[in-house]
Design a protein around this ligand. Structure first.
Ligand code: E4P
Length: 217
């Protein structure tokens, strides 16, 4: 499973990228607002740092506007993926932009039918939002499994990009189901390294080591 980082925080991306943990980046208008930076400037910086796809989201509501904004965002760098919402107009924009050979990420997907439409419209990535479904006491992971089954039934090449990931357990479940990509905030990726028994074991080793009075360096 590929790891995308869901942030516009360049320092956080750099830290994970230096560890080889970053296959791509996703941003959205809320994350750009949180960064406090200009969308083109911060996105260009991310694109230069990361070799994989970097999603930049359009904000127009009509297909024509999304297409124009998408073409403008695509000028930032070769690895820009244009993110459009899963609305009827978003599907129209996806069809046109993907037809021009551009990578398109169709976002805000909450049903298998929406994912099926996005694949038919030529999406490079479909972004089902797990956490926001879980917030409503629905099963976000079940949606990932349904989309996986449908895409496999018909050999769609659209990649499932599990989004709105809130926990390390979400990462594990998405990987078990076979999501192609998972995009997660830096803190969630770091949390995957934590285990209470690792901390406890390390503590015990260090206490015993202290008793030996030895030094390695
Ligand atoms: C995906 O591309 C979105 O940017 C993101 O995963 C949304 O996550 P949230 O529901 O935690 O805002």
């Amino acid at each position: 499973m590929k790891f995308f980082v869901d942030t516009a925080d360049v320092d956080a991306i750099r830290e994970l990228n230096d560890l080889g943990m970053v296959d791509g980046v996703t941003t959205n208008p809320s994350l750009i607002a949180k960064s406090g930076r200009d969308i083109k400037e911060v996105t260009a910086e991310i694109c230069e740092m990361v070799a994989g796809p970097v999603s930049a989201e359009t904000v127009a509501l009509d297909a024509e506007g999304m297409i124009a904004e998408g073409r403008e965002l695509a000028k930032i760098a070769e690895n820009i993926t244009i993110k459009v919402p899963l609305t009827w107009d978003g599907l129209k924009a996806c069809k046109v932009l993907s037809g021009e050979g551009r990578m398109v990420n169709v976002t805000l997907c909450f049903s298998a039918n929406q994912a099926l439409l996005a694949a038919k419209a030529g999406a490079t990535f479909i972004s089902p939002f797990i956490g926001r479904l879980d917030d409503l006491n629905l099963d976000g992971m079940e949606l990932i499994a349904e989309i996986r089954e449908i895409y496999d039934n018909y050999d769609f090449s659209t990649e499932i990009l599990a989004a709105s990931i809130r926990t390390a357990n979400h990462m594990k479940q998405a990987a078990l189901i076979g999501a192609d990509v998972a995009t997660a905030p830096p803190a969630v990726i770091k949390a995957m390294a934590s285990h209470v028994l690792t901390d406890k074991g390390l503590d015990a080793f260090l206490k015993d080591w202290e008793k030996t009075g030895q030094k390695i360096l």
